[in-house]
Design a binder for this molecule. Sequence first.
Ligand code: NAD
Length: 281
Amino acid sequence: MAERIDLTGKVAIVTGAASGMGAVMASALLEAGAQVAGVDLDAAGLERKGAEWSRRHGNRDVFFGLAADIGLIEDCRRAVADTVARFGRLDILVNNAGVNMGLAIPKGATGRVRFWEAVPEGWLRILQINATGAFLMARFATPHMIAGKWGRIVNVTTSYDTMMAPGLSAYGASKSSLEAGTAIWAKELADTGVTANVLVPGGPTDTAFFPPGFPRDGLLKPDLMGPPIRWLASEQSDGVSGYRFIARDWDTSLPAAEAAMKARAPAAWPGLAAAAEAQRK
Ligand SMILES: NC(=O)c1ccc[n+]([C@@H]2O[C@H](COP(=O)([O-])OP(=O)(O)OC[C@H]3O[C@@H](n4cnc5c(N)ncnc54)[C@H](O)[C@@H]3O)[C@@H](O)[C@H]2O)c1
């Protein structure tokens, strides 16, 4: 049985907390004792989740929902400022909000869209949310963590094969950008006490990401994000930075530190870079 992880006193922002894996991770952090600000475009969804979590936690001031668009600079600045004003600090950022290829698919088209047929404005918007939005949230959140000499950034990207799949040109570009960004951020954050890691489910997952009617057989369950996010957000993962964790590979029968070792690999593609460099010599 996995040990209990205690996040009492920690304050987290989870983007995309109104739905799917974001809701699972916000709930898991609350369960472990953190205070959580949920950031989402979906104000009604945040309201519903907030009411549920407030009831579950004895109506204590543990969660508040912030309706915001992470693709906008001022919304991200406000989301971070409002969290610090409300809870007094900021320790953890989970960059989870994201959109699928829908915005780049021309009206009336079915199936996967090829890059030369993609709606240009939709393509830009996908990058703006999935890649730039995560950067903006981290840009405004990180100074608070550095000031506190401790912090966590967890970026939700996707599986490597999805980053290169035909039909996913905007989605793949946005997630590979965030994956490389995580590796860069981890290096820039060395010796600050703040870490940056990637967490992915490990395959297609049963959330609103897939439209109603999409066959759900064989999809992973979003709940598998709970155990790894609790550990990644905690002091138990001090010094662990620049990795990608696959939730599907997280063995909850092991102590969390052992489960983490088995579910991790370096973020991005340092192996490829090293191999290319070795070949050049
Ligand atoms: N479902 C999968 O198969 C899968 C697999 C790998 C990675 N992911 C990634 O997991 C993350 C969570 O997705 P999910 O599957 O839980 O889907 P979801 O659609 O259930 O949740 C995404 C949430 O992000 C919010 N959001 C979208 N655009 C936003 C914006 N501009 N500002 C603020 N909030 C915004 C949505 O309102 C929604 O609540 C995404 O980044 C997605 O790319 C999903």
